[in-house]
Design a protein around this ligand. Structure first.
Ligand code: ADP
Length: 687
């Protein structure tokens, strides 16, 4: 086994140019090499693909990768080929003759790795091939798509389990996902039929991401976005919007301001989506405005900000989308702009959703209830005055629940998880917790940050620039906290008096002593709580939402939502109960929040001449990418170019020592980059 792991490390170094596995990767690779199933839960950007790509090279036979990302498969395969791995893909974009050819070559053992869409597994010709092929392993990417509980359910994923079960020789199966909830993880194990799976959960912290939340009325959002982007004109970023119409509006607006923005949503033709995605990846349109249809599988390493123009439906969706920033470990910003209307839109989406295929009405209602809870957690994130990073980490089971924390110093645990017959205790019990949204700055407290984190760039110079902890707008005090404890207590008393039989408006009307027919008709004007608050109506409404988001109250769904007590209602009666509400300062020209400027990878460490070299290397990469018709990152990531510009390697050995340079890439591109570096004179010290 040790020998196999050594081989795996050698492959990581020679093909990918990386010195070491990240902790989570090591556990997954080692489990697969020993023939064991794995459930790997790692956040976006943690490096899931290496987990199956390295074993694909080390193990006998071909690795089959099931992925929902048909439009990206060609790029994924180009990327592995650039690393010297024999990769192929089989999907509907190939003509029937080409498909037959790929299958024929696969049967001859021509590939280490093959990507297929889940639909392919139901094709009899493919099933026939798989029965006789020698499969090293099966990797199910984005494995949460198998579950109706999650955000991205794909019915075609349901056929994977059966496909695996029918194989005459069952290879180890790796399910990879960034999802958090326990229900989804259990579904993955059950529906894919994982057996005695090693469960690996890496630390979810992304230290190089800085989080910011700002409440902005719809009319203010564009101005805030303008100010934010103006500070980052040279950077690449993504702006997520909840609706297609908003994507259009925001994208048009940015273009009118001279920003090279492009758009992506499900209402565009496949050709336009493909074209726009490519323009973004190739940096000809560095700003992407999109709905959540965009982004899965996009490995663009130099995205330095992700703005959410609306509140997403869950913390998971948020973290997955925001996590597309700073993949290479450079400082990056994640800004969420939200308003009350976003909550209403979120609720509307949940109630309207009709894609609960194959579920009974009762089951569909359970799914909806789960979505509502997820939305409440997201609302809680927007409202919290505590550390945003801590909030997210608690949601993912880190920092708030000791039983779910990996052991001190390690970012990974491997624990048996479910599967056929294995019902024992496991790491995930309680891990997929509802967030504890009590205020706190746990993530800033090093004693609580035991989940460990991965650093994208393990080299000295880069880890130095990315290790500096950048936290969040709350920790940086970018809001005014208003104490609303008195209002909260009044609301709790009122809800008790109304016995959960009325909605938010009535609760607020009673407290403010409104003189309405409705209140008289129900006799509510005689209650002792009637007219006991002088607070503004809007503030009381907000405090009701905050109490609900924190679990002190619960708001029912449907046409006439009723306000009742939530699971934490008793805590609101305790003497130390306190509640604060956030108020975001107005947009000032040039940014309200004044976040530290996001820098391109390594740029902060580069002198003027090195920055020039970095730009020259980027231009060279673009040229080579155009010649080879691949996205630039497939050749080298920005972080690798930054390392080149800083280290100025003069020989092939020196170049090979840099992160992200493997033997194949050295052979293909080494000469061109070394020549370019040699052609730019080194910076001389200027007084
Ligand atoms: P995920 O699929 O988990 O979102 P990816 O597989 O796309 O993440 O990897 C994210 C980035 O991390 C990629 O740029 C990849 O090359 C880089 N990476 C992966 N493994 C390592 C490693 N061991 N050391 C350094 N960088 C790595």
């Amino acid at each position: 086994m040790d020998q196999k792991m050594e081989q795996a490390r050698a492959v990581l170094a020679s093909r990918f140019g990386y010195d070491a596995f990240r902790p989570g990767q090591e556990a997954v690779v080692s489990a697969l090499l020993s023939g064991r199933d794995v459930l790997a839960v790692m956040p976006t950007g943690a490096g899931k693909s290496v987990c199956y790509q390295v074993p694909a090279v080390v193990m006998e036979g071909m690795a089959l990768v099931v992925s929902p990302l048909v439009s990206l498969m060609a790029d994924q395969v180009r990327a592995v080929q650039e690393a010297g791995i024999r990769g192929a893909y089989l999907n509907s974009t190939l003509a029937p003759g080409q498909q037959a050819e790929v299958l024929r070559r696969a049967a001859e053992g021509a590939y280490d790795l093959m990507y297929v869409a889940p639909e392919r597994l139901a094709d009899p010709r493919f099933a026939e091939f798989a029965r006789t092929a020698r499969l090293a392993l099966i990797a199910v990417d984005e494995a949460h798509c198998v579950s109706q509980w999650g955000q991205d359910f794909r019915p075609s994923y349901l056929s994977i389990g059966q496909f695996i079960a029918e194989l005459p020789v069952r290879p180890p199966v790796a399910a990879l996902t960034a999802t958090a909830t326990d229900l989804v993880r259990r579904d993955i194990v059950r529906l894919l039929g994982l057996r005695d799976a090693a469960c690996t959960v890496t630390g979810f912290d992304r230290p190089n991401l800085r989080f910011a939340v700002e409440r902005r009325e719809p009319k203010q959002k564009l101005a805030r976005l303008d100010a934010f982007i103006d500070e980052r004109r040279a950077e690449s970023g993504i702006v997520y919007c909840a609706k297609r119409a908003t994507v259009e509006e925001v994208c048009d607006h940015l273009r009118e301001r001279g920003i090279a923005a492009t758009r992506y949503h499900a209402g565009l033709t496949a050709e336009e989506r493909e074209r726009n995605q490519r323009a973004f990846v190739n940096d000809t349109a560095p700003v992407m405005v999109a709905t959540n249809a965009f982004g899965m599988g996009i490995d663009k390493s130099n995205v330095s900000y992700v703005v959410h123009y609306n509140m997403p439906g869950s913390v998971e969706a948020y973290y997955q989308e925001a996590g597309r920033a700073g993949r290479d470990g450079s400082p990056a910003e994640c800004l969420l702009l939200w308003c009350d209307g976003d909550i209403a839109t979120g609720r509307f989406f949940i109630e309207q959703e009709s894609t609960h295929e194959g579920l009974t009405a009762e089951e569909a209602e359970v799914v909806r209830a789960s979505r509502r809870r997820m939305l409440e957690s997201m609302v809680g994130y927007c409202y919290t005055t505590g550390c945003l990073r801590a909030y997210i980490l608690r949601y993912f089971g880190e920092g708030g629940h000791d039983e779910a924390l990996p052991s001190q110093g390690g970012a990974t645990e491997v624990a048996p998880y479910g599967g056929a017959g294995a019902g024992g205790a496991n790491l995930l019990d309680g891990a997929a917790c509802a967030p504890d949204s009590r205020d706190g700055h746990a993530a800033c407290d090093p004693t609580l940050r035991r989940g460990g984190s991965w650093s994208a760039l393990p080299t000295e110079e880069n880890s130095a620039s990315s290790s500096a902890k950048r936290c969040c707008s709350n920790c940086d005090g970018e809001f005014e906290a208003v104490d609303v404890t008195a209002e909260a207590r009044a609301i709790m008393r009122c809800v008790q008096a109304l016995r959960g039989r009325f909605g938010k408006t009535t609760v607020v009307d009673v407290l403010r002593g409104a003189d309405t027919e409705n209140l008289r008709q129900w006799g509510l004007v005689n209650l002792p709580v009637y007219g006991t608050s002088e607070a503004r109506r809007a503030l009381l409404m907000e405090v009701v939402e905050l109490l609900a988001a924190d679990g002190y109250l619960a708001i029912t769904e449907g046409k006439f939502p009723l306000v009742g007590f939530g699971p934490r209602y008793r805590e609101a009666a305790e003497p130390d109960f306190a509640l604060r509400i956030k108020q975001t300062p107005k947009v000032r020209k040039g940014s309200a929040a004044k976040p530290p400027k996001a820098a391109r990878p390594g740029a902060a460490d580069l002198g003027a001449a090195d920055a020039e070299l970095f730009e020259r290397l980027r231009a060279l990469r673009l040229l080579l990418a155009q010649e080879a018709a691949v996205p630039p990152y497939v050749i080298f990531h920005d972080a690798t170019l930054a390392a080149m510009a800083a280290a100025r390697p003069a020989t092939e050995e020196e170049l090979l020592a840099l992160p992200g340079v493997g033997e194949k890439k050295l052979a293909t591109y080494g000469k061109a980059f070394l020549e370019e570096i040699a052609s730019v004179p080194e910076a001389t010290e200027v007084e």
